[in-house]
Design a protein around this ligand. Structure first.
Ligand SMILES: Cc1cc2nc3c(=O)[nH]c(=O)nc-3n(C[C@H](O)[C@H](O)[C@H](O)COP(=O)(O)O)c2cc1C
Length: 184
């Protein structure tokens, strides 16, 4: 069991074309840290593979593109709308798909997305797709796929969403610890 000298290690991997999901990822990381986890936050373009990275808890976040995780064509579209060209190279779909089968090994994980759609329970979105891929790779989901709202395609995040992201991060940390540390 990990103690305060040896805290649980969380890895937050995000994809972001306009900076909104990046900001949400850092807020989620603040929430995880507030619960005592050691947190690394990484842009998916610079992230080690899930097989190489060392972590106990995985959180992934991505912008919703066409009701799902981005694809090369939707990232190119984002660049045409002013998104960061360097962020178009790869995305969370590619990162998760490259994860070796079974690599999750039951470790706790959670997914969030950003989107303009006001419907919080959108049946298909980046976080629901990411959660499906996480489960497929044998991660253990400890939170529902969760959206954070942006005002427009290029942002900004709606007021209060960063605070909500930090609260969600805390909840993920608590659920992950409960999953990893048997009660009693
Ligand atoms: C090509 C493209 C497709 C999009 N499709 C959707 C969509 O299906 N639903 C939605 O709510 N938002 C959609 N959006 C808005 C994005 O979710 C928004 O740009 C994103 O949350 C901003 O996050 P980022 O700054 O991290 O890129 C789309 C944006 C782009 C560029």
């Amino acid at each position: 069991m990990r103690s305060s000298d040896n805290p649980l290690r969380a890895l937050v991997v995000y994809e972001s074309m306009f900076g909104c999901t990046e900001r949400a990822a850092h807020a989620v990381a603040d929430g995880l840290r507030a619960e005592g986890l050691a947190v690394a936050v990484t842009d998916v373009g610079r992230a080690l593979s899930a097989a190489e990275a060392e972590f106990d808890v995985l959180v992934v976040g991505a912008p919703t593109h066409a009701f799902s995780l981005s694809r090369p064509a939707t990232r190119a579209d984002a660049v045409r709308q002013g998104g960061r060209p360097d962020a178009a190279t790869t995305g969370l779909r590619e990162w998760l798909t490259a994860t070796p089968p079974g690599e999750g090994r039951g470790r706790p994980a959670a997914a969030f997305d950003t989107r303009v759609t006001k419907a919080r329970r959108l049946p298909k979105a980046a976080s629901t797709r990411a959660a499906h891929l996480l489960a497929h790779h044998r991660f253990s989901l400890v939170a529902r796929p969760t959206p954070f709202l942006v005002q427009d395609t290029d942002g900004p995040l709606v007021d209060g969403e960063l605070e909500r992201a930090a609260v969600w991060g805390r909840a993920v940390a608590v659920a992950a610890r409960r999953a990893l540390v048997p009660a009693g």
